[in-house]
Ligand binder design. Sequence first.
Ligand SMILES: Nc1ncnc2c1ncn2[C@@H]1O[C@H](COP(=O)(O)OP(=O)(O)OP(=O)(O)O)[C@@H](O)[C@H]1O
Length: 450
Amino acid sequence: MTDTRTLLIVEDDPGLQRQLRWAYEGYEVVVAGDRAEALDAMRAHEPQVVTLDLGLPPDPDGTGEGLATLAEILALKPDCKVIVASGHGARESALAAIAGGAWDFYQKPIDIDQLGLIVARAFHVHALETENRRLATRGGAGEGLGGLVTAAPEMLKVTRTIERVAPADITVMLLGASGTGKEVLARGLHDTSRRRAKPFVAINCAAIPETLLESELFGHEKGAFTGAVKTTPGKIEQADGGTLFLDEIGDVPLALQVKLLRFLQERVIERVGGRRAIPVDVRIVCATHQDVDAMVADGRFREDLYYRLAEIVVRIPTLAERSGDAVLLARHFVQRHARAAGSAVSGLSADAVAAVEAWGWPGNVRELENRTKRAVIMAEGKRVTAADLDLAAPADALPINLRAAREATDRVTIRRALAQSEGNISGTARLLGVSRPTLYDLLKSYDLHA
Ligand SMILES: Nc1ncnc2c1ncn2[C@@H]1O[C@H](COP(=O)(O)OP(=O)(O)OP(=O)(O)O)[C@@H](O)[C@H]1O
């Protein structure tokens, strides 16, 4: 971990190199003359900000070499802010550079003061972004709507939509893969609506045999069929005044779809075996992991019912599509399950974080929850490891440089030693063969806690 602000200047003109090297105060300035030197400097110095001349040898009059250098810099260090200098065909090359991930551009000839302002702003933005990432991975984001945990912009957009539609009595259809949190969102919607004091009733239409689904939904009168020993209100009636969540709506058979449609049009139900029309006031939220559009197209789902149910359609991203959420949720579940199990496990090891980030999460949040629950029981140390989560270590990509590799190893080793000595500093220092002050320095610089 370094707090040094390092600026890499990629410029092939020796005169300009000299001028720029001494132009800025407060940064460690490194200069490179071509692509190879620039990449070496990236690995050696890890600059936060780069100024890049697009006209580099062997193509000093074009932009090809500069753009290729830009791509390689960003592949090594995606958070790096690259400011490109364009001389020739300024507009087109600037646009190409921005499309290629450059943060900003300026036009040659260079105005040192103006460029200085752009560079200073780039450092400022980089520092802010780093801090935000640090807070997010520390678990800075809290629980929101219905106990939902997220810090991902993709998911925050969904929760904002839910909050916006909650007060109106419109029907909402949630589309998303299994385990993405459709029921959590439906409950969140109910809790935010004016119906919150009334019941929230959920029914999974796929989990109930077709023959029983009708009476589950609409209820039945005593003697309506063999085994109907007493009159029983259905889920729709139970939800009166509140919200009915129809999960896996795509699994409702066509015959029952007709009855559901009639209820939505007339807002009255008839129990199985009954003759009385009973008025019911419910708000319907439904969900499915199936492609309802395709089901409507080939006649497996009634189009008229679809339009009644889907006044608003909300698509829920998979866990893999929510940037940063897998680690955030893993931390959340580890804490929750550890508390519930009375376990001393308090977090994730570095290899667990890497494995959670690399995993594709085909079973979404439910899979993550199940794995962390099991891992909390399996964990031997204070932190859950990748092995506890039963996740293979991610493929070995070469880290940016030896220093980064050492830091990763240091972190893992320090965490293990801390776990073994149960957070005792003297014990950990002894295990690691370093003095207490050295250990304190390491903990501070790696932002680790005993
Ligand atoms: N963002 C989240 N924050 C906290 N817990 C979550 C989140 N998303 C899902 N969960 C938890 O994950 C589990 C699965 O969520 P949920 O049942 O809502 O998914 P679903 O999409 O309705 O799944 P299915 O379609 O299989 O019924 C639940 O235990 C839920 O509490």
